[in-house]
Design a binder for this molecule. Sequence first.
Ligand code: LAQ
Length: 330
Amino acid sequence: MLYIENKSLDPHFNLALEEYVIRHLDLGQNVFMLWQNEPSVIIGRNQNTIEEINAKYIKENQINVVRRLSGGGAVYHDSGNLNFTFIMQDQKDEVNNFRKFTDPVIKVLQSLGIPAEFSGRNDITIEGKKFSGNAQYACNNRLLHHGTILYNSDLSVVQNALNVRIDKIESKGIKSVRSRVTNVAPYLKKPLSIDAFKDILVQSILETNDVSTMTYQLTEQDLEKIQEIMEKRYLTWEWNYGESPAFDMQKIRKYEGGLLDLRVQADNGKITGLRIFGDFFGKYEVSELEQSLTHIQYTEEAVRNLLESVELQKYMHNITVEDFIDCLFY
Ligand SMILES: Nc1ncnc2c1ncn2[C@@H]1O[C@H](COP(=O)(O)OC(=O)CCCC[C@@H]2CCSS2)[C@@H](O)[C@H]1O
């Protein structure tokens, strides 16, 4: 097993690094990595991004939203959350064997006096509260297993960033399990910094006290390729939002000018169908507006541009562009 040290806190870089290692880097050995992100929501491969995030909170708090290659639900990361990744050379038959990868982590925690246990489908918990979610991705006969460890994250943000009014949305995407979460650090008998915890973890996984002899340093060439992957995928709106599966949604809100009721169908990040109801009145048929909004990108910017260009007041005398945007996106 080789260790790749990675100090980046950029989720786009970190997910591109994982992809680079599993798809392109051949070190002739299995690889282990530990990494942290600045505040980010990491969306599962088959999820509907818009459904998983609290868009308003995410914008106000400048939280990144990035989709990963592995399946499963949406999770929140900040620098108090430690991620671990195993990339196995030839592990077809290990797919879905989560315990093989969570057991070594559980062992370390137990050695620190923490009653951690594997639970359910893909979690590690303490006293029934989740602190680690795990997911896998297989490619070219290799297997990537990664998991989170909430060490000393801001748990109030976890709830806020992922908090969505699910009742308003019906989706074909996979919904996250909104389970109760906890940090690890408060359970330690003696306080330990996240860096010290990292050292203990990597030494245990690599079964050595001298990690440096088993550490691979990324080369300039590696970094260039990671940068390429990052730009082609993880920094694009198309990947992070556009990949979302089709969904149907109804949003009803009351504004100063009256009720607004929007029914939206979207696919691949585009609005594919829209009906507008409510107690507004205008000079023109609202179906004209519905048609203009259909087939444009399902982004705040695209919708705002369109609404401003058609003079919304012609169709809905008493509803402002801001009301419409609020109803559709927040
Ligand atoms: N950081 C973190 N760690 C553990 N659990 C979390 C976290 N953030 C949120 N949650 C809780 O888990 C559920 C989602 O659980 P669910 O089981 O739906 O999804 C997962 O666990 C996916 C794990 C992906 C791990 C990858 C490893 C590196 S990149 S991301 C969410 O609604 C919260 O209640």
